[in-house]
Design a protein around this ligand. Structure first.
Ligand SMILES: Cc1cc2nc3c(=O)[nH]c(=O)nc-3n(C[C@H](O)[C@H](O)[C@H](O)COP(=O)(O)OP(=O)(O)OC[C@H]3O[C@@H](n4cnc5c(N)ncnc54)[C@H](O)[C@@H]3O)c2cc1C
Length: 307
């Protein structure tokens, strides 16, 4: 089921059909703050009021023309301006394929640099999300390159990749901030651990490399076992709760987010918004079978409505 949903998430013909469907739109609202920047800012406000931090993501990936990439970059600069104007405690997450990585690495670097410079001027930070493994090396390289000018940028490591440990060591040596996650894309067994137990073991191993580094990282997971392992390790190593943050996705395990805040941990909520929500939505369905059942049930006509 996971494989199928992740394959469908890349299907350009299915996207408009699902996105036009009213029920899908309603179900997607659980994971996506809305279609407009105003919706994301309102969600960030609520998140901040409950003492959590936010990261805003303007949904979009695999942009196929330069105009689209430049428009996304303009959009991101505007997000930083609004975050500053509204004094929100929020940064921004973006994807390099939204900034034209499929078209030209030079274009992508130029746009990323512009956004990171703008973020740095406002005392803010850009997180470069990690996409499928075809982009890993370029994402690491571009982040490192831009980081030599402006330190207000970091990226993401996916524990399911065999190469992740080497990348973590490499980026730590460069002083780079990282978000650790398990990984959300469809990857072959040649590049990623196929078994969840191995992914989880690698996640804990990488967390133990990141936390003592003296660099501020994000531990992104909803998995209580990963969270407990992080808390235990931090306590044993005397790493105080202001030295790292937990991160979770909008609409997922809000109860756990709030419990961590009550325990004194920093929690950042990743808030996606925009009209291009299909691939993001499909990845969220793929992560949890119960989401699919809920979605399929919602598509069925309600009792009494049918003939
Ligand atoms: C802040 C943040 C940023 C991320 N950025 C990236 C990125 O840049 N690149 C990337 O590849 N991946 C990214 N991810 C996704 C990540 O890789 C995983 O796919 C996702 O977080 C699920 O893994 P998990 O650690 O929650 O553990 P899992 O073992 O998948 O889940 C543990 C438990 O969490 C809950 N849960 C997990 N997912 C869902 C869901 N969709 N709906 C409802 N409950 C759920 C369930 O209770 C589940 O039992 C990000 C995740 C977070 C939290």
């Amino acid at each position: 089921m996971r494989e199928l949903l992740l394959r469908l998430s890349e299907n350009k013909r299915l996207a408009p059909l699902i996105m036009a469907n009213g029920v899908s739109r309603r179900v997607a609202q659980r994971f996506v703050a809305g279609e407009k920047l105003e919706d994301a800012l309102a969600a960030a406000n609520v998140v901040n009021r409950s003492l959590k931090l936010a990261s805003l993501d303007l949904l979009g990936e695999n942009v196929s023309d330069e105009a689209g990439a430049r428009a996304a970059a303009v959009g991101y600069r505007a997000i930083f301006d609004r975050i500053a104007a509204e004094r929100l405690d929020a940064n921004v997450s973006l994807k390099l394929t939204q900034l034209g990585l499929d078209l030209s690495e030079d274009l992508c670097q130029e746009l990323l640099e512009g956004i990171v410079q703008h973020a740095a001027e406002l005392g803010n930070f850009v997180r470069v999300d990690m996409e499928g493994s075809a982009y890993t090396q370029r994402t690491v390289d571009l982040t490192k390159r831009v980081r030599t000018e402006f330190s207000a940028v970091g990226t993401v490591m996916q524990a399911y990749l065999y190469r992740a440990e080497q990348d973590v060591r490499d980026l730590l040596a460069a002083g780079c901030r990282m978000r650790l996650c398990k990984g959300a894309y469809k990857e072959p067994p040649e590049v990623a651990f196929p078994k969840k137990a191995d992914v989880d073991a690698n996640y804990v191993k990488l967390m133990k490399l990141l936390l003592p580094s003296g660099i501020y990282h994000g531990i992104a997971t909803h998995d209580p076992a990963m969270i407990q392992a992080t808390k235990d390790f931090a306590r044993d190593q005397n790493i105080t709760s202001d030295k790292f943050e937990f991160q979770m996705l909008y609409g997922i395990r809000t109860d756990l987010q709030d419990a961590l805040v009550r325990e004194g941990f920093r929690v950042r909520v990743y808030i996606p918004y925009g009209t291009d929500w299909f691939p993001y939505f499909m990845r969220r369905l793929a992560e949890r079978p119960a989401n699919v059942t809920f979605f399929l049930r919602s598509l069925l006509p309600r009792a009494g409505n049918g003939a």
